[in-house]
Design a protein around this ligand. Structure first.
Ligand code: PA5
Length: 434
């Protein structure tokens, strides 16, 4: 079980404050699981985890095996919820440099369609030169501009390289079962498709083919990921403050009501950066509406202690932190001695790097709490494929419960349309003249 330690928030909240939210948290949790809360037509993610391999999972693994055998590079096209989850899982489990040394048999995985940068596009084209590649196009609506532009370009590159029939076997579409331009295109062109269930929204879709196909291509055991998520579904169904979902959701809402309007979600693992990005979208897009919401920021420690540290320690007192911890890996590094000791580091001789990391973590918590910043610690234990599945489900559940406590519908994102409308008008898209 993931543990949430709230012992470092007591300066800002009291136990009676927390216990007083019991009915509220219970109601928010029930609104999710009884499907009575706002946006309940998007509760499908609650039931995605499974311990049995479904026919869809089997087909995903077959497609992944094919891609692994015939491609040096696999490009995942998507943005927002159709992109962050798979990238988060791959980087967290395989490191930020996961593509180093990979090729056919274990392809490199790159991402496209998550922005409009020409420099990024040029770089992608350069790295595809002379390489065999396949693509997955992920878009629930099938109409999002960024992935649509990347799809058009990469599809043509595939057709030039392999001919129309050869390209067909290298294009996979993950989209709505019935609606949208991508569904229509895939059917007309004869691409293999996987379904994003209509009742699963983008940022809650990582345990659907959206996350599973890229993870399987990267060599992650998707059965383990799903088993971890399925276990989480049972474990975190508990209706009491013994449930870390309750502790996290209630504490962050209470802190928010006390003027802590920003949450910094941190880990001491550089490979956690994209997972932090996934969390940021999950909570930001789900909670930031109706003039409410905790502003989610993700950070990497100790690196960001040398950039954000000053602000956290002594800046405006409007934030709280959630520090994510993992058990150290089996293979550890021991710091050696140096007979000259010019750097003065001999006092660390014989200590392991993770021991130093642990003291940095403890020292940071103490300093920030002294500085008036409440800190929650989320201890995730050992990091493996199943754990990542558990973390995805756990945080999705936390988000649903927390957003219902906040009094917003977590499953829509009406605000995202505003920039799109302006952009379409400026681009001269038919229908957006005014
Ligand atoms: O969470 C969401 O719903 C969004 O972030 C979407 O995933 C994102 O806008 C991409 O949409 P689509 O998958 O329709 O291309």
């Amino acid at each position: 079980m993931i543990k949430v330690d709230i012992s470092n928030v007591w300066g800002q909240l009291s136990l009676p404050d927390l216990l007083a939210t019991e009915k509220e948290v219970a109601a928010a949790h029930a609104a999710l699981t009884d499907h009575t809360g706002a946006g309940s037509d998007f509760h499908g993610w609650l039931d995605l985890p499974t311990t049995q391999e479904t026919p869809e999972m089997h087909r995903i693994q077959e497609a992944a095996d094919r891609i692994r055998a015939n491609s040096d590079v696999f490009i995942v096209i998507g943005i927002g919820g159709s992109y962050l989850g798979p990238r988060a899982a791959i980087e967290l489990l395989q490191g930020c440099n996961h593509n180093l040394g990979k090729g056919k048999g274990n392809p490199q995985v790159f991402f496209a369609g998550n922005g409009l940068s020409t420099r990024y596009w040029n770089e992608l084209c350069r790295l595809l030169e002379g390489k065999d590649f396949s693509i997955a196009i992920i878009s629930k609506s099938g109409t999002t501009t960024e992935p649509a532009i990347a799809t058009r370009a990469l599809r043509w590159m595939l057709e030039r390289k392999y001919g129309t029939d050869g390209a067909k076997k290298r294009i996979y579409a993950i989209t709505d079962p019935c609606k949208g331009a991508l569904r229509q295109m895939a059917e007309e062109e004869g691409w293999e498709t996987f379904v994003i269930p209509p009742d699963v929204g983008g940022r809650f879709s990582v345990l659907s083919p959206v996350g599973l196909l890229p993870m399987a291509v990267a060599g992650i055991d998707i059965r383990q990921v799903m088993a971890g998520a399925a276990e989480a579904k049972e474990t975190y169904n508990l209706r009491s403050f013994e449930n870390p979902v309750w502790l996290y959701a209630a504490t962050r809402n209470l802190l928010y009501r006390n003027g802590k309007v920003m949450e910094i979600f941190e880990s001491y693992e550089p490979s956690f950066k994209m997972f932090g990005g996934w969390w940021q979208q999950l909570f930001g897009e789900s909670e930031g509406k109706d003039g409410k919401g905790i502003f989610p920021v993700s950070a990497e420690f100790t690196a960001d202690l040398h950039s954000l540290g000053q602000m956290i320690q002594q800046g405006e007192r409007n934030m709280f932190e959630t520090m994510v911890r993992f058990a150290p890996p089996e293979h550890r590094y021991t710091i050696g001695g140096d007979y000259k000791n010019l750097d003065g580091l001999n006092y660390l001789e014989g200590k392991t790097l993770d021991f130093v990391d642990e003291q940095a973590f403890r020292g940071t918590v103490a300093a920030h709490v002294d500085g008036g910043v409440p800190v929650m610690v989320m201890d995730c234990g050992e990091l493996n494929d199943a754990k990542v599945g558990e973390m995805f489900y756990f945080l999705e559940l936390c988000c649903g419960v927390s957003a219902y406590m906040l009094g917003v519908n977590p499953f829509n994102q009406p605000g995202v349309e505003f920039y799109k409308r302006n952009m379409f008008h400026l681009l001269g898209k038919p229908g957006y003249e005014n």
